[in-house]
Design a protein around this ligand. Structure first.
Ligand code: SF4
Length: 405
């Protein structure tokens, strides 16, 4: 599911982005490959064995430190090698179909990727959320979703395909491009970005799709994103959110080493079966046990439990008390998410007073329970609102969602 920023009001801007070189339909992508695969690719175009290591580092540096999106930019690579690489591979960004900028600085990009067997090109949304000391990028893992969480807009869009490592890393590259976050780029005038530090400092796998149903690609992409000689976003600043694919939770901690977030939303199986239907397969007891034993979880590195506040559904104080009881023994914090309506959704957001009472009870029990400020509502970038162009809302529907918010 996806993240949030607030926009009380109107006037989100939709800007026409430059049309970057569109990723080729035929050529394999170098972005997203691990070093071994990159090395193999270079060997394949004739780089001599004794140069392989040096050339791999060189290309890696161009891609991830300098942000090159074209072989021609790689000036210290011989023309001959650049031409061979260009003939065999691509390093182009995904096409930006649309860029929307919320009044609070949240940015949402609609990106188009090659079909890769899905029948036609596919589209996903990526959201950037600037805050005081950080800039968080909410990355999508699938086009659509097989799960059908009833409060989530993405859940109404059937799964089209899994995103590949280059699709996934491409989302980070586009964000850094558009924010001017590579050397030799300027941040656009008026852009809202963190006052200091890196512009994209954190990544959350909370966009469209269930990342643990695309495990191998997500693992490979996050290894590239966290590589210290490249994009260098520390694993401590990466959080993966799952609806509860229990068997993959431990491997996530062991192999990816990233922070864990759980899309919880209900404290009784009966209700969670309805809100987050994967609960029928992996009920609360199993999910919480997997959290209790998550590798690397500690008081300094708590598991985040996301809890969307649905009026009259899951927001009673009895629910809050049960939540506290369930989380006993787990280093946890709870993100309370005011429900972000979307056209056709069956729920209403809890009253603010009730959200505060719920938060106070959880807080008194010793759990941090921030109420997530809705961000980007005016561009439907808020939590649970993402959906791709193929089924995008008409403007009229967007205004209706705004009015309901
Ligand atoms: S909340 Fe996540 S897992 Fe559930 S339908 Fe939405 S995108 Fe899929």
């Amino acid at each position: 599911m996806s993240v949030t920023l607030d926009l009380a009001a109107p006037l989100a801007r939709s800007v026409a982005p430059p049309r970057p070189a569109t990723a080729s339909l035929e050529k394999p992508h170098l972005v997203g490959m691990d070093r071994d695969a990159l090395s193999e690719a270079l060997r394949g175009v004739g780089v001599p064995e004794k140069q392989l290591r040096m050339r791999t580092s060189q290309i890696w540096h161009w891609l991830y430190v300098r942000g090159a999106s074209d072989f021609a930019a790689m000036r210290n690579v011989s023309r001959d090698l650049r031409e061979k690489l260009d003939a065999a591979f691509t390093v182009a960004r995904p096409e930006i179909v649309e860029e929307q900028i919320s009044t609070d600085g949240t940015r949402k990009w609609l990106l188009r990727y090659p079909s890769r067997g899905a029948g036609r090109p596919v589209e996903v949304e990526t959201v950037y959320i600037p805050e005081e000391g950080r800039g968080t990028l909410c990355v999508s893992s699938q086009v659509g979703c097989t799960l059908t969480c009833t409060f989530c807009h993405t859940g109404t869009q059937r799964l089209v395909r899994n995103l590949t490592p280059d699709d996934l890393v491409g989302q980070v590259m586009v964000a850094r491009d558009r924010l001017g976050d590579f050397p030799a780029q300027d941040t656009p005038d008026g852009a809202i970005v963190p006052a200091e530090g890196r512009l994209v400092s954190n990544v959350v796998m909370m966009g469209m799709g269930e990342p643990l149903y695309n495990y191998d690609n997500v693992r490979q992409a996050l290894a590239v994103v966290s590589d210290g000689d490249g994009l260098a976003i520390s694993r401590r600043r990466i959080t993966l959110s799952t609806s509860g694919v229990v068997p993959m939770i431990r491997p996530t901690g062991e192999e990816m080493g990233v922070g864990l977030a759980i899309s919880l939303h209900a404290v009784r199986d009966e209700l969670r079966d309805e809100l987050v239907p994967i609960n029928r397969k992996y009920p609360l007891k199993d999910l919480l046990e997997a959290c209790r034993t998550y590798p690397g979880a500690s008081n300094a590195r708590r598991i985040t439990f996301e809890y969307v506040m649905l009026k009259g559904v899951n927001d009673s104080l009895a629910d809050a008390r049960e939540l506290v009881r369930l989380l006993k023994g787990i280093p946890a914090k709870i993100n309370l998410i005011p429900f972000n309506p979307w056209p056709g959704s069956a729920y209403e957001c809890s009253d603010w007073d009730q959200i505060e009472r719920f938060a106070a009870l959880v807080n008194e029990a010793g759990y941090a329970s921030p109420i997530r400020t809705p961000r980007g509502r005016d561009i439907l970038a808020a939590c649970g609102q993402l959906k791709s162009e193929s089924e995008r809302l008409r403007k009229k529907e967007r205004l209706a969602a705004d009015a309901a918010a």
